[in-house]
Design a protein. Sequence first.
Length: 288
Amino acid sequence: MSKFLLILLIGVVIYYFFKWSKSSSSNQKGNQPGAGNVHSDSTGQANNSGGSSYGKWLGGGLGWAFGGPIGGILGFVFGKMYDDMSKGKFEYGQSPASDFTMSLLVLSAAVMKADGKIKRSELDFVKQFFHANFGDKAPQYIKLLGELVKQDIDVSEVSLQISHHLDYATRLQLLHYLFGIALADGKAHKSEVDLLDRIAGYMGITKSDFESVKAMFVKDTDAAYKVLQISPDATDEEVKKAYREMAKKYHPDRVASLGDDAIRKAAEAKFQSVNEAYEKIKSQRGMS
């Protein structure tokens, strides 16, 4: 069963829980003489603290049971959004529809909080990415992200779960996107790069691949060589061979099975970085 179906199941259970809860509460009010003794807040509105506040815990428990660490986090958040919806804070929409998108949302929140504060540049980067790539679905994803950044996220457990359920090419694509968030302000902060190094390790990404993706964002004199995973003293033939291997590894067709134009667009950007690195080396060496 896919995580989407598991999360959908969580949502259905929570929905019927609240339906039962509200029905039960309504019946009690209609049948008991003391129904008027409902606790009120300072505005005079009824305070139903006993029922809807259970949503986030129910969602979290079911999410963890059926969907591992990511399911637990998202289940808790969905439950919290149901609680808030009952208080008029949210108009709840459909849940994210792919493992990649769920992983992207959870780890986005973790990276955004890496240095202890959420920068405007990072938030703008994420919003622009979702609006550009997910269209009408973007607002619900951004709303969900707003709840995720409030949670404590164990990146080790989440990343290990991702390593078991997403193929290697997709994990590389996810890492590339996360570097985009970290470098949204134009600076490579040590806390963010260290966190990305940890995430990559738990996701099973090799050190050489991590350094390659990192070099696409953190530029130095040898960045182009690092992208192709070769040293500056490599021969021209070794450069050409390395390019062919990297072009094959990062080709957008490797993530085509995810069936999402947004993911393909992001993969094309990464593939372009490989081409740019190769062209830069060719220009420096005068290669044909």
